[in-house]
Write a protein that binds this ligand. Structure first.
Ligand SMILES: NC(=O)c1ccc[n+]([C@@H]2O[C@H](COP(=O)([O-])OP(=O)(O)OC[C@H]3O[C@@H](n4cnc5c(N)ncnc54)[C@H](OP(=O)(O)O)[C@@H]3O)[C@@H](O)[C@H]2O)c1
Length: 367
C-alpha cells in the first residue's frame, strides 16, 4: 500500500470521498460533512456513502453497508477521523473492525473532545493500519465550520457588512439605508441559507427592523436569529417576530437585565423570543453560549459596534464586505477602521455582483 501513496491513488480515492461528503452540505449541522469510500485490494470501489444529517448513519457505516462482504481486507477512505464513542449513533471504529477493513486512510483528525485521536488510536491498537493527512487541506476547508466549533467550542463567525466606497454603513445615525443591489442581496440570502445562525446588534434591530431570513434560497434547517441586546431594547413589535416559522429568535442578554426589566422580558417572551441570560454579555461569553447550543456557524451582520467587539475578542474567522459604488460622506455611519481591510485577510478574493463588489477572505484558519 506504500505504492498507493506514491502513485497518487490515495488522493484519487479521497477526492471521491470528499465529493460524497459535499452531498451533505447544508444538512448535517451540528455534525460535519463526511464521505467514505471502500476500495478492495484490487483497487475497485466496492462501497461509498456520506453523512446525510445529524442522527442518520455515519458515512463510514453507509460505505461499509454498501460494500458488505467485499469490505473484508479492503481500505476505507474517510474524510474525517472515525468516531470511537457512542453519540447519536454507535461508534464507527467498531463497525470498521468488524467489517474486516485492513487499512484506513483519514484526511483530517476530528478535534472534538470525545474523538481527538481516539478513533485513530483505537484502530491502530487493533492492528488496523491508519494513514492520516491525505487531502488534509481540502478536508479541513470543507469542514472549517465544524472543525472550528469542535476545537474552540464557539461558532465559525463570518462578519458580513455592506459599505459604501467611503466605508459607511448607513447615511446617518438612525437612518435605514439600502446600500447594495439585488445581486448582492441574493448572495447574502444564499449565505444565510448555509449558516446555523444570523446575528445583529440591538441598534440594528431598532434602526433597520430586519427579518433576517434566507429568502429566495433553499434552506433545509431552521435558521436561528440572534440579537445582541444586554439592555433588552429589542421591540416586541419587531418584524422578525412575524417569521418564527423560519427558526427561533434568541436574545443574548444578561441575568441582571432580566432581573431588573421583567415586564420587557415578558413582552419579548410573549412575542416569541428565547432570552439567554449571560453573566456579562461579552462577545467571548456569547460565542461560547452559542456553541454550547450547537450553533456551529454565525453570520454576524452588524452593525459596527458588535463587529468591533467580535474583532477585538478574536472570534472572527471570515469577513464578507459588500462594497457599493456610492459615497455616503462624512455624515454616514462608519464601519470599522482598516483593521479589517481585505489586504489583511488570508486568501482575499474579489467578486463582482451586479454593480457591487464582494471582498472576502479568512482571518484565521485551523489548517
Ligand atoms: N450596511 C450594513 O450592512 C449594515 C448592517 C447592520 C447595521 N447597519 C447599520 O448600523 C447601525 C447600527 O450599528 P451600531 O454600531 O450603532 O449598533 P449595533 O452593532 O447594531 O448594536 C450595538 C449594540 O449591541 C449591543 N451589544 C450586545 N452585546 C454586545 C457586545 N458583546 N458587544 C458590543 N455590543 C453589544 C450593545 O447594546 P447593549 O449594551 O444594550 O447590549 C450595543 O449598543 C445602524 O445604522 C444600521 O442601519 C448597517
Amino acid at each position: 500500500m506504500v505504492a498507493a501513496w506514491r502513485d497518487g491513488t490515495d488522493g484519487v480515492h479521497m477526492d471521491r470521498a470528499l465529493a460524497f461528503a459535499r452531498q451533505g452540505r447544508g444538512r448535517t449541522s451540528p455534525n460535519p460533512m463526511v464521505g467514505a469510500v471502500v476500495v478492495s485490494d484490487t483497487g475497485s470501489v466496492v462501497g461509498s456513502g456520506f453523512h446525510a444529517r445529524a442522527g442518520a448513519a455515519h458515512a463510514e457505516v453507509c460505505a461499509l453497508d454498501a460494500a458488505g462482504a467485499a469490505a473484508r481486507g479492503a481500505t476505507l477512505y474517510c474524510t474525517l477521523e472515525p468516531c470511537a464513542h457512542q453519540g447519536r449513533t454507535g461508534p464507527c471504529v467498531a463497525r470498521i473492525a468488524e467489517a474486516g477493513i485492513r487499512r484506513v486512510v483519514v484526511a483530517v483528525g476530528d478535534p472534538s473532545p470525545r474523538v481527538n485521536g481516539a478513533g485513530i488510536a483505537w484502530l491502530r491498537q487493533r492492528g488496523i493500519q491508519v494513514d492520516v493527512g491525505v487531502r488534509r487541506a481540502e478536508a479541513a476547508r470543507l469542514n472549517e465550520v465544524f472543525l472550528t466549533w469542535a476545537a474552540l467550542g464557539r461558532p465559525f463567525v463570518t462578519l458580513k457588512i455592506a459599505t459604501s466606497r467611503d466605508n459607511r454603513i448607513a447615511a446617518g445615525p438612525g437612518v435605514r439605508t439600502q446600500i447594495t443591489g439585488s445581486a448582492a442581496a441574493a448572495a447574502v440570502h444564499a449565505t444565510r441559507a448555509e449558516v446555523d445562525a444570523v446575528g445583529v446588534g440591538s441598534t440594528t434591530v431598532l434602526v433597520d427592523d430586519p427579518l433576517l431570513t434566507a429568502r429566495g434560497a433553499r434552506r433545509r434547517l431552521p435558521l436561528t436569529r440572534v440579537v445582541f441586546d444586554r439592555r433588552l431594547r429589542t421591540p416586541p413589535t419587531a418584524k422578525m417576530f412575524g417569521t418564527l416559522e423560519a427558526g427561533p429568535i434568541v436574545i443574548m442578554t444578561t441575568a441582571a437585565a432580566l432581573g431588573s426589566q421583567e415586564p420587557a422580558a415578558d413582552r419579548l417572551r410573549a412575542a416569541g423570543a428565547a432570552l439567554q441570560p449571560l453573566e456579562t454579555g461579552a462577545m467571548a461569553e456569547v460565542m461560547q453560549r452559542l456553541g454550547a447550543s450547537e450553533i456551529t456557524s454565525l453570520l454576524l451582520e452588524g452593525g459596527t459596534t458588535v463587529h468591533r467587539a467580535a474583532w477585538s475578542a478574536g472570534v472572527v474567522d471570515r469577513v464578507q464586505r459588500y462594497v457599493a459604488p456610492v459615497c455616503l460622506g462624512a455624515r454616514g455611519v462608519p464601519w470599522m477602521d482598516d483593521g479589517m481591510s481585505v489586504a489583511k485577510l488570508r486568501d482575499a478574493r474579489v467578486r463582482r455582483l451586479g454593480v457591487d463588489m464582494l471582498l472576502e477572505g479568512h482571518v484565521q484558519r485551523l489548517d
